[in-house]
Design a protein around this ligand. Structure first.
Ligand SMILES: [Zn+2]
Length: 311
């Protein structure tokens, strides 16, 4: 019997804290207003730009230790090995297809995935003709990913990766941005690794989603009854929540150019919905249908490019 994903998300605990967040990771504004009480910290909103952050975070070894212990999708993957591997392969194919639909059907070049987890997307991209390399902070996942592909996997972060500057034609960061302690520092390192004209694809939660104000109001009004939902929406592993309307500002602050922002369905409703009880299942599927009609989603995929020099 699988665990309900809500319980699974709660069981992995919160990413390490300890360092107080004193300024906004996007605009550097220092007016951060308390917005919501989470399990062991506060969610704050920047009065200047609307980015949301947790009031404490951690960096370096503490983060690496946490992700080495807690595997990706912890509590959401099924219990059998075949189920788990099947889900990870299905997610990887979906991510590769999404990149093709945004960037065109290119099947050659150098591809780097940041937060490559156990290497399923790298393997899929290698099978599609790309020369692949990975970066992963979890020591356990990095070792598994390295065994899955011909290229190398750096166990660490983009900031300390040994890859040559300007060597990557495409970089992907699926569901990584919200987990970063210092997103601008990491994206500046990503920009250095990209070749001129190279593409960055990233997916993350979208704080501009039309239902965010309604959920926030419900979480404040009935904290005990909505705690499970709150912990899934503002899950403990995230340090920052950007908006579709300000993610471009973040990318442009490190010298990248925003090309597209599109809504995508969350993994929960695409790959893990069968594990919820029937009431949540109906609610989630109803929400997906409404989002499709309104062309909106809790999650977004973003395409940015590094400008090529003009002659
Ligand atoms: Zn701000």
């Amino acid at each position: 019997m699988n665990t309900d994903p809500t319980e699974g998300v709660r069981s992995r605990g919160m990413a390490p804290g300890g360092t107080p967040r004193t300024s906004c990771p996007l605009c550097e504004g220092t007016s951060l207003k308390p917005t919501l009480r989470l399990r062991d910290r506060q969610l704050l909103t920047c009065s200047e730009c609307g980015v949301r952050v947790t009031d404490t975070y951690a960096d370096g070894d503490a983060v690496a230790d946490y992700y080495t212990e807690i595997e990706a999708h912890h509590g959401k993957l099924g219990t059998s090995l075949a189920d788990r591997d099947g889900a990870l392969r299905a997610i990887a194919r979906d991510q590769a297809d999404r990149m093709e639909s945004l960037c065109g059907p290119r099947r050659f070049g150098t591809f780097l995935e940041i937060g490559c987890s156990r290497g399923h997307l790298l393997e899929e991209m290698q099978n599609r003709g790309w020369r692949v390399q990975g970066i992963e902070v979890s020591r356990r996942s990095a070792a598994e990913a390295a065994g899955r592909i011909d290229g190398s996997v750096h166990c660490g972060t983009p900031e300390d990766a040994p890859f040559a500057p300007g060597s990557m034609q495409r970089i992907a960061m699926f569901d990584v941005l919200a987990h970063l302690p210092e997103p601008r520092r990491t994206l500046a390192a990503v920009e250095r690794l990209l070749a001129p004209g190279g593409e960055l694809l990233l997916s993350t939660v979208n704080e501009d989603w039309r239902l965010v104000p309604a959920f926030l109001a419900a979480f404040k009004l009935a904290p005990a009854r909505t705690a499970g939902m709150r912990d899934e929406m503002y899950e403990g592993q995230h340090y920052c929540y950007f908006r579709a309307s300000n993610v471009g500002q973040l990318l442009e602050s490190v010298g990248l150019t925003l090309h597209a922002v599109r809504p995508i369905e969350p993994l929960s409703t695409r790959f893990f919905v069968h594990q919820y009880g029937w009431k949540r299942r109906l609610a989630l599927l109803g929400m997906v249908q409404a989002d499709r009609l309104l062309r909106s989603s809790r999650k977004m995929i973003v395409l940015a490019k590094k400008p090529a020099p003009k002659f």
